[in-house]
Design a protein around this ligand. Structure first.
Ligand code: HEM
Length: 603
């Protein structure tokens, strides 16, 4: 249908039952420009002859819009007449109205987009002379979220080309300033917690819990983090090591057994290993305690739904995550009760926190007794700092759930990248084995020979881990929120905007690394690199984040990676079925196909 016929069809619409074809094929000029229905009392805009009309396309479009708007205004009248039985509801009425609504919707979308962009531009704080960073805020409500989610690498590169290393955008429902300039990030993060603070999406906040280290800010966060660190001290890491090694060995042994040439998915098997490992060292939850796998399933569900839409109706990701979190909370509470009854035969992170809580309670009751004897209130919990120091049961439970969820995908990604990179670089794998052999560690049948000190001697393996985390940092990005307008070099960031820094992009664009695209663990054996990173380029290597929110489990994560490298190179040989596969970075960095791989027992 040509535009002219189409417009004719629309403008000639009447409420009587007239076949559609009649209008499309037999319209005279008079009929074409008479609109409205005499019966319904609407007078049309009339043009008597084709000779008097303008035929330029602009006018036709305006006419078209005019008639569509008019038709949609007439729609309720048509409807009423039809209900009253005064007119027949025709195919023409319906089609005209639907088309008119369509045009109106498009027009409304166009208008909303303009208003949306204007609204965000107006967020600029006039008290500062600096402009907002360049960039685009995309579509109303959604911004550029879909583009970012489905094309994250392309999105990143395109925006960088268009706007440079710092730009504004609108993702996940909030305005964001995104930067990969390490100096700017270091400057911004140094403003924590006064001017900017850590922020998380609602669902993640709910899963971690408001009493966890993720849920608190400022002084409260600093004190809680300092106290939680005792669960990650070298002495404690040494306590967890036997369980970690046993779990890694059990899983890797199962990968090399069974069917010859069995295809496995590297990310999935690493995730399974990590789930068992983390549940064991955090909560002391082994198969024996969870025979039906309910706790493990809940853990996986929390993880899978961490970034779901924040509506908790039955069937939604958020609803599932809430239910799953409750299973973890109930299990943690039952383990806390059990650990107060039995002696500690198995040191877990939960045990460390419970023992810290007991020590505090003892101090507290002692000081209360002294206070009562002295006739004054010496309850130290009254003072703000000690109140923050105190761990309630809720603090313990929320923190252990947080450790489970915060470590699951990050560590799975790191282990999967180890398989990927060592599989792609047999010369590095050979050097790893050489190091193990030089310390007489390449052969071990029983699987409990590693000590914390021995791991410290494996400098090449540590270098491999660092290089893996440089090339494929597990966490894509981290978020902050501005608490007030911030001036950052040549731009301003208004209050309540989010600040996002992309870890991989920082690693890619910093000038501190030479030959950036090559996998070269040796670079980390050079002490001067570490020194440069500390002194000159403080925010250029950030797989574990930067500033006061740096990963609490960093040392544990690195130790787990080392144990994994030792055990997998000892026990297995593997072939990647799709080497060099494209990687995705959201929600976690991994090969898009989850790394199909075939394992064999090492000869
Ligand atoms: C290779 C493994 C890991 C990587 C790459 C990693 C990465 C990160 C990153 C990027 C952050 C955010 C930092 C920021 O926002 O500035 C973070 C925070 C955190 N991570 Fe990890 N992580 C790993 C393992 C672990 C483990 C094993 C645990 C605990 C058992 C853990 C617990 C935490 C906690 C509690 C925080 C929040 C710290 C705070 O708010 O102060 N992570 N991690």
């Amino acid at each position: 249908m040509t535009f002219r016929k189409f417009s004719h069809f629309l403008t000639s619409s009447r409420p009587q039952a007239v076949p559609l074809k009649t209008f499309v094929t037999c319209g005279s000029n008079e009929a074409r420009y008479k609109v409205g229905s005499p019966q319904s009392g609407h007078q049309g805009r009339e043009r008597s002859s084709a000779g008097g009309m303008c035929t330029c396309p602009g006018h036709e479009v305006m006419d078209y819009i005019y008639y569509c708007v008019r038709a949609s205004v007439q729609m309720p009248a048509h409807l009423l007449n039809w209900i009253d039985g005064e007119t027949a509801w025709t195919e023409v009425n319906l089609t005209t109205s639907v088309l008119a609504l369509l045009v109106l919707t498009l027009f409304a979308a166009f208008l909303t987009t303009i208003l949306w962009r204007k609204y965000w531009e107006n967020q600029r704080d006039p008290a500062s002379n600096l402009p907002l960073p360049p960039g685009s805020l995309g579509w109303p409500l959604f911004g550029e979220t879909f583009y970012y989610l489905f094309q994250s690498l392309k999105y990143r590169d395109e925006k960088r080309r268009q706007y440079g290393d710092t730009f504004k955008c609108h993702l996940f429902g909030c305005p964001i300033v995104r930067s990969s300039n390490s100096e700017r990030i270091a400057h911004l993060i140094s403003k924590e917690p006064q001017s900017i603070e850590f922020c998380l999406p609602k669902v993640a906040r709910c899963i971690f819990g408001e009493n966890s280290v993720f849920g608190v800010h400022g002084q409260h966060h600093a004190v809680m983090k300092r106290n939680l660190k005792q669960a990650f001290s070298p002495v404690r890491l040494a306590d967890y090591l036997p369980s970690i090694q046993a779990c890694a060995r059990r899983h890797i042994s199962s990968w090399v057994q069974g069917l010859h040439d069995r295809k496995l998915l590297g990310f999935d098997i690493c995730q399974d290993l990590v789930c068992d490992l983390i549940l064991d060292i955090t909560l002391g939850c082994t198969r024996e305690h969870d025979p039906e796998g309910k706790v493990k399933k809940a853990f996986v569900s929390c993880n899978d739904n961490l970034f779901s839409v924040p509506f908790a109706f039955p069937g939604t990701g958020f609803h599932k995550a809430k239910k799953a979190r409750q299973v973890l909370v109930d299990f943690a509470k039952s383990r806390m009760a059990a650990s107060s009854l039995s002696g500690q035969d198995h040191v877990t992170i939960l045990d460390v926190l419970v023992s810290y809580q007991r020590t505090q309670q003892t101090h507290l009751s002692n000081s209360n007794n002294i206070g009562h004897q002295g006739g004054e209130n010496c309850n130290n919990i009254g003072s703000k700092l000690d109140q923050y120091s105190y761990f309630s049961d809720e603090n313990i439970v929320d923190n252990v759930v947080t450790f489970l969820v915060a470590s699951a995908d990050t560590l799975s990604s790191a282990l999967c990248s180890v398989l990927d990179m060592l599989g792609n670089h047999p010369e590095v794998l050979a050097d790893v084995r050489k190091e193990l052999s030089s310390l007489d560690l390449l052969h071990c049948d029983h699987g409990s020979d590693l000590t914390y000190e021995l791991l410290g001697d494996l400098s090449y393996i540590r270098a491999v881990n660092k290089e893996v985390l440089r090339m494929a940092p597990p966490a894509g990005a981290t978020f902050r929120r501005s608490k007030q307008t911030i001036e950052s070099k040549e731009y301003q960031i208004p209050r309540d905007w989010s600040i996002l820094y992309d870890i991989k992009e920082i690693h890619t664009h910093t000038t501190v690394f030479t030959d950036k695209d090559s996998f070269l663990p040796e670079r980390w054996l050079d002490q001067s690199l570490e020194k440069k990173l500390q002194e000159q380029y403080p925010c250029s290597y950030v797989p574990f984040g930067f500033g006061s929110r740096t990963c609490l489990g960093k040392d544990l994560g690195l130790m787990e990676m080392s144990v994994f490298v030792v055990e997998v190179t000892r026990l297995a040989d593997w072939t990647l079925l799709n080497p060099g596969a494209r990687r995705v970075t959201l929600p976690i960095n991994k090969p898009f196909d989850n790394l199909p791989v075939i394992f064999r027992k090492r000869k």
